[in-house]
Structure formats: structure tokens, C-alpha cells
Design a protein around this ligand. Structure first.
Ligand code: FAD
Length: 240
């Protein structure tokens, strides 16, 4: 028998069933899609758009929802000025549209209760999306795992799912939130912020970093300088 992971991933029709704002520049898109394999928190999908003349554009988007949901998944997409695919979502996509999607994809940047903690999650901008999936999953299946999210956004308007994150940090024992707003009194993530996060959490068993290339590179270096074992660090880079 061929293992599911070894089978080619088919392109599936995904129907857009809901659009709501997630921050000033990011919207949440909920799709109904029937994957042929289970998803893990942290994974992403590929999305493919086809123009009437046959031209195709394909991009990856992390899944924000936790595993085990009702036949739908949530993506959170930042509308980039001039962005081919994110621009389509920001300006043109409507509830009822069908697009092509394949997934869930990704075997390294994933977390499940069997991985345990403490969990250090560090996200920049839309890089918080797969970390949100991990936090939602943690709350559902392993709330005893200590976790800290260090989330860097430009300002309060641009912080994705800010209300949900604040509520979780208030209500979920063992979950700590450090929101760093770089244009509103905060600063770029530096050794002092990483030191504070490590003091508050304790030594992490796993560190998951996600965001634009320079953000992930900087945070990786800071964690290594702080003495973390490289084997504990997992990264996901969005480009940019
Ligand atoms: C594994 C993975 C998961 C991702 N998950 C998400 C997600 O959850 N939400 C999300 O919004 N994006 C995510 N991305 C980024 C996404 O795949 C696209 O790169 C992004 O939407 C831009 O595509 P575009 O077609 O709109 O822009 P393009 O037409 O490709 O580029 C337009 C302009 O934007 C710049 N640009 C391209 N990508 C980025 C970027 N990531 N950040 C800043 N500037 C960029 C380009 O240099 C160019 O100037 C993910 C990427 C990867 C690899």
C-alpha cells in the first residue's frame, strides 16, 4: 500500500464560504475543501489561480485553523500592493468562488501534543498564521503545555487576530503573549526581547519561527546566541 505522504497531492476544488477582516491589511478566508489526508498544525496549502487565457499563478498559504475542523480551513492573507495572488484575494475574491487548492503540505514545521513543550513561538507580521493554528490546537488538545508567543507587528491595527490572542493569553493558563509593536513604542526583535521571552517561558523544548526571510534569519541568530540547541529550532519563511 502506498503511504498517503508518498502519493501525489491532487488539486482540489475549494469553495470560499466566508471572508472577514483579521487586521487592517489581512483578511481571513474560510474555504470548504475535502482533503484526502489529515492536517497538522503549522502546515500550509498551495493555491492556484487560472486566468481566462490559461495563465496560472500559484502561491503557498499557511493554515490558520486547528486540525480537526468541520470540512473547512481558514487562511489569512495579507493584501500586498501589486501582489498577483494576494491582490486577487484582497480585491476580487467573493464568497461562493471556487479556486484550486492542494494540501495540507509540510512535515517539519508542525506541532502536535506528542511533541510537548515548552513551546516558544516567534512570528513576524503574517508569520503568526501557522503559530495561531498551533495555539488553537494546543488549547483544544494539550492546554497543559507551556507556550509563549512573541509576536512582532508594525502597530496594533496590523496585529492579526489580536483580540483572540489577548483573550487566549488572559484565559488560558500556561499561555503567555508578548506583543511587540515596532511602530508603536516597540522595537525590532533584539537580544533583550529574546532574553525576556526565555526568562518568562523557561528553556523551550521547541522554537517555531515564522515570517519574512530577514525576520526569521535574525531571530534564529538571536536564539542561537542565547544558547538554544539548533535542533530545537524550526523555521518557516514566507519570502518578501
Ligand atoms: C510556506 C508559506 C506560507 C505562507 N503563508 C502565508 C500566509 O499565511 N499569509 C500570507 O499573507 N502570505 C503567506 N505566504 C506568502 C505568499 O505565498 C505570497 O508570497 C504572498 O501572498 C505574495 O504573493 P503575491 O502573488 O500577492 O505577490 P507577488 O506578485 O509574488 O509579489 C508582489 C510584491 O510583493 C513582494 N512579496 C512577495 N512575497 C512577499 C511576502 N511574503 N512578504 C512581503 N512582500 C512580498 C514581492 O517582492 C513583490 O514586490 C506564505 C509563503 C510560504 C512560502
Amino acid at each position: 500500500m502506498i503511504e498517503p505522504a508518498a502519493r501525489a497531492l491532487p488539486w482540489l476544488d475549494a469553495t470560499l464560504v466566508g471572508i472577514v477582516p483579521a487586521s487592517a491589511r489581512v483578511k481571513s478566508y474560510r474555504f470548504r475543501v475535502a482533503f484526502d489526508r489529515p492536517m497538522r498544525a503549522g502546515q500550509h496549502v498551495d493555491v492556484r489561480l487560472t486566468a481566462p487565457d490559461g495563465y496560472q499563478a500559484q502561491r503557498s498559504y499557511s493554515i490558520a485553523s486547528a486540525p480537526g475542523h468541520d470540512g473547512t480551513i481558514e487562511l489569512m492573507i495579507e493584501g500586498l500592493a501589486g501582489g498577483e495572488v494576494s491582490g486577487f484575494f484582497a480585491t476580487t475574491a467573493e464568497v461562493g468562488d471556487t479556486i484550486e487548492m492542494r494540501g495540507p503540505i509540510g512535515g517539519a514545521f508542525v506541532w502536535g501534543p506528542e511533541d510537548g513543550g515548552p513551546l516558544l513561538l516567534v512570528g513576524g507580521g503574517s508569520g503568526v498564521v501557522p503559530l495561531l493554528s498551533m495555539l488553537r490546537h494546543r488549547a483544544a488538545v494539550a492546554p497543559e503545555v507551556p507556550a509563549l508567543l512573541l509576536y512582532s507587528a508594525r502597530d496594533a491595527d496590523e496585529a492579526i487576530a489580536a483580540e483572540e490572542l489577548a483573550t487566549r493569553a488572559r484565559d488560558e493558563p500556561g499561555l503567555d503573549l508578548m506583543l511587540n509593536l515596532t511602530r508603536a513604542g516597540g522595537r525590532r526583535i533584539d537580544a533583550a526581547l529574546i532574553g525576556e521571552a526565555l526568562d518568562r517561558l523557561g528553556a523551550p523544548r521547541h522554537a517555531y519561527l515564522c515570517g519574512a526571510n530577514p525576520f526569521v534569519g535574525t531571530v534564529s541568530d538571536l536564539l542561537l546566541e542565547a544558547g538554544l540547541d539548533p535542533a530545537t529550532i524550526r523555521t518557516e519563511r514566507f519570502g518578501g
